[in-house]
Design a protein. Structure first.
Length: 98
């Protein structure tokens, strides 16, 4: 017996995105320690996911370095917000003084 090869990641992600798109509520996917991911196929899968997100799915990527993803396109379309390492402290200080 030979095992069938797994389907292409785009196929799996398309099914996942279609299922998530059928949910009416907002969904937040948080990926922490993203800087440890160095597998090219994972980066390619994330790029595919980000390019095809349903409007109610929001992705938060946290890491010690910028992710190896095509972020310029998302930033240009106004679909990306970023916070650098020094910014959370300023945001926290500002919120405490209010």
């Amino acid at each position: 017996m030979h095992a069938c090869p797994p389907p292409p990641i785009e196929t799996v992600l398309t099914v996942l995105l279609n299922d998530l798109g059928a949910i009416a509520a907002d969904i937040v996917l948080v990926l922490d320690d993203y800087h440890v991911i160095d597998a090219r196929d994972v980066q390619d899968g994330m790029a595919f996911l980000l390019e095809h997100l349903p409007s109610q799915l929001h992705v938060v990527i946290a890491g010690r370095a910028g992710p190896a993803l095509p972020l310029a396109r998302l930033r240009t379309r106004g679909e990306l917000a970023g916070i650098r390492a020094a910014e959370p402290a300023r945001v926290f200080q500002r919120s405490r003084s209010v």
